[in-house]
Design a protein around this ligand. Sequence first.
Ligand code: BES
Ligand code: MN
Ligand code: ZN
Length: 518
Amino acid sequence: MADTPQIAFSSLAVPKSGTLVLLAAAGATKNGAKSAQVQFGAVAAAADKSSGGAISRAIDAAAFKAAARSMLEIWAPPSLGVSRLLVAGLGDAAAMEPLDWQKLGGAIMGKLAGGNEKSAFVALEGPDGEGIAPGAAAELGFGAFLRAYNFDKYKTIKAPDEDAENGAPPKKVPAKLTVGVEKPAAARREFAAREAVAGGVLLARDLVNEPANMLGPKEFAEKAKALSKLGLDVSILTEKEMTKLKMAALLGVAQGSARPPRLVVMRWNGAGDKKAAPLAFVGKGVVFDSGGISIKPAGGMEDMKGDMGGAAAVTGLMHALAARKARVNAVGIIGLVENMPDGDAQRPGDIVRSMSGQTIEVINTDAEGRLVLADALWYAKQEFKPALIIDLATLTGAVMVALGKHHAGLFSNDDTIADRLTAAGLASGEPVWRLPLGKDYDKLIDSKNADMKNTGGRYAGSITAAQFLQRFVDGAPWAHLDIAGTAMGSPSTEVNRGWASGYGVRLLDRFVADNYEK
Ligand code: BES
Ligand code: MN
Ligand code: ZN
């Protein structure tokens, strides 16, 4: 993980060194600013005055309109002491939603990268002198923190001036970002919870970005075990224990790999009633998916190091819940395997007996995620009698054909859960889109030789995969999130420029916080 900046909160007393970030809203002159194009708050107007009007002259010269997240940069502004000044545009200040503050924080951090300044101060004020809510300040800090992430641990030659787009190392971010706000203590309190979530997001990104030679099932399990320090109860099942439990579907996927599988259980009991049925989160953790004997084409196969994005999201979520001491009982279960071709590997045509007793004909060894989840889901239901089960998996290429990279596919047997996930998706900026389940789709995975087969033909590939999973939840309230498009190869956003997004952590943290912590 790259250096993460410290995010601090203070009153609106503007510092005399480092970088100063002022806000401006689009619209006519207010508060004595001389520029005719933007609206300033009191702090910005005062800074403009101290600089002898240099800021408003720069705004006019640059035709800066303070559109949302646009930036005007002034190096060494006169008479202010600071060596760099950024004016960040709000657009329509009255229309700012929490996610807009988060994106603004990301955009500011993106712009701050580079230069020699080690600290930056954001003067958070509204254009009419109204204070900015502590929650908005916390969101801004959250966005800035997420944007500062960078996976460069294997680069021994750092190139500090490369562009931060998709994978290239970003310019150095300031060590400390202070958000000046009317109620700093309240903002600090709200940020503490978001920092816990951000820690989970960064953990998930790191796990997904890590190459498979460095992160096998055992190494992943050890990273999960390390979360014990947050108060999580983490146990690890080895191959021997899984054999005893008759998890032949999961074990069949692992049998071609030199590296044995693990099943990790992470428990967090934060509810008032420690005995209340937990929420269960189950993740696909294929540390590398070569396809097995049904081997994938070479082009792009390196991306299959990220086929544990579901397990990474579950691990990141458990980090978040524990770090912010969520008032909920939750259990995270991740099936960790490597899918490899080998003399001992599973073959097309093999029939395995899953832990549930149901038999599966393996038509394609590359449809391995559902085999792993079959046993992990069944185990979750039997062992923990959860109130609901949500699984996350980079399960199908087909979900990208359907939804691209901007929504995860959502499947559920429970409308309440589906609606809550949809709402949490919109609120967190990690949206989902529901796709159907039904008997006609389910028929497509019936097999002549076993209870079911692991592929359903050319059409509706994401749906038949979900139908397969549904056969292993034993009627429990359940939702499946197909995150093949959203967890990796991520489009660049204000809060992420890397390959892995950490998708799922913010979504599910929000889902839990809004519905299960009352
Ligand atoms: N891990 C892949 C799905 C995937 C593809 C994730 C691209 C991320 C990016 C999964 O195990 C897989 O191979 N699915 C097959 C299923 C098919 C064989 C029925 C697929 O999508 O082609
Ligand atoms: Mn596969
Ligand atoms: Zn896979």
